[in-house]
Design a protein around this ligand. Structure first.
Ligand SMILES: [Zn+2]
Ligand SMILES: [Zn+2]
Ligand SMILES: [Zn+2]
Length: 345
């Protein structure tokens, strides 16, 4: 009997056991969908705008064009396509005093959770889902991410802007209305910081971006899910989650601010097709996705933004929690082959 495989992440010191023997098929994970408890009144649905704080950004339909607006104190815009509002219970809150902008870390091990925490409502339709959304609507969402990233990253106390999405109650979505979240932190989160450090080292050694190198290799590997002129989708070599996949732009860029119109559209199409493939294959599983990007000018050469999608198909128990070593029962090669078949592109 062959051994299970130990695989290390491209950049992180993170090990995963790929269980080749008790390997499971992606469809083994398909289960009856649990009905998500419906809130009696959804604060994200049109007509309930007064239930949220004023929008920091809303896209409004106006004579066939899109107008960008912000809500004022007592006033809420209606007829929006997307709207972004501060979270009512923010994990990171804006500085109340100008002095708080610079005095964030009080000691080596204590600081104030200063930043921002926003909810981006992706559609006026409660049940919308990026897997089924129209591409133009997804484009609004991507433009919304970019607009918020631009505004938030310009603030002096902002060191990172995390843009992520939780799909399904088991993935942490407390409300079922289609939405993403944006959390802004006064330091670079550890995982991204480690990726940055490792890609900087690679750049110093090879004068080459490590992610451009990974794209080249994975485009020819059995882990490739999809490849178009602008994006590549693959199951990472040391996938931690069953059916995990990453989307990388072929054009080198440290973040999404420089995407042009065609690239945004291609990203929307690639994202939709990948999530639709996952949805069809595993019966709409819960998942999280998150962008990894850099807003640090110095990282422009060596860092390369990407989106990581983590389906929530296994439960991390004692071993994973206590050691940081993960056991993945679907090989990335199997995941990629099945996703590839399920993709309708
Ligand atoms: Zn709703
Ligand atoms: Zn690159
Ligand atoms: Zn990453």
């Amino acid at each position: 009997m062959p051994y299970n495989e130990l695989r290390k992440d491209y950049l992180l010191d993170r090990w995963v056991v790929i269980a080749t023997e008790r390997s499971r098929r992606p469809t083994d994970f398909a289960k009856q969908k649990k009905e998500q408890a419906q809130a009696s009144v959804c604060p994200m649905c049109p007509g309930n705008e007064h239930m949220t704080p004023p929008a920091v950004l809303a896209y409004l339909k106006q004579n066939g064009a899109i107008k960008k607006a912000k809500d004022e104190n007592g006033f809420r815009h209606k007829n929006w396509l997307i709207r972004c509002v501060p979270n009512l219970f923010p994990a990171f809150a804006p500085p109340k005093d100008p002095a708080d902008q610079t005095n964030i870390m009080k000691s080596e091990s204590f600081g104030c959770a200063i930043g921002h925490h926003e909810v981006l409502v992706e559609s006026p339709n409660h049940d919308d889902d990026p897997a089924d959304a129209e591409v133009p609507q997804l484009l609004h969402v991507i433009n919304g991410y970019i607009d918020r990233l631009r505004e938030l990253s310009a603030k002096p106390y902002v060191k990172y802007v995390s843009i992520f999405r939780n799909h399904g109650a088991e993935a942490g979505a407390s409300l079922s209305h289609a939405h993403s979240q944006i959390i802004v932190t006064p330091f670079v989160p550890t995982i991204v910081d480690k990726e940055l450090a490792a890609s900087k080292t690679f750049w110093n050694q090879h004068e080459k971006c490590v992610f451009c190198d990974i794209i080249e290799k994975e485009s020819k590997s059995p882990r490739l899910v999809h490849d178009n002129s602008r994006f590549v989708v693959f199951a990472p070599y040391a996938s931690v989650h069953p059916m995990e996949f990453w989307i990388l732009p072929k054009k080198h860029a440290a973040n999404i601010l420089s995407l042009n119109q065609n690239e945004k559209k291609a990203f929307a199409e690639t994202l939709k097709a990948s999530l639709k493939g996952l949805k069809d294959l595993v019966n709409d599983p819960p998942y999280n996705y998150g962008f990894h990007l850099s807003i640090n000018r110095n990282a422009e050469n060596y860092y390369h933004w990407h989106l990581e999608v983590y389906p929530r198909l296994s439960i991390w128990a004692g071993f994973e929690k206590s050691t940081g070593i993960y056991i993945n029962t679907v090989t990335p090669e199997t995941a990629a082959a099945e996703l590839k078949k399920a993709l309708s592109l």
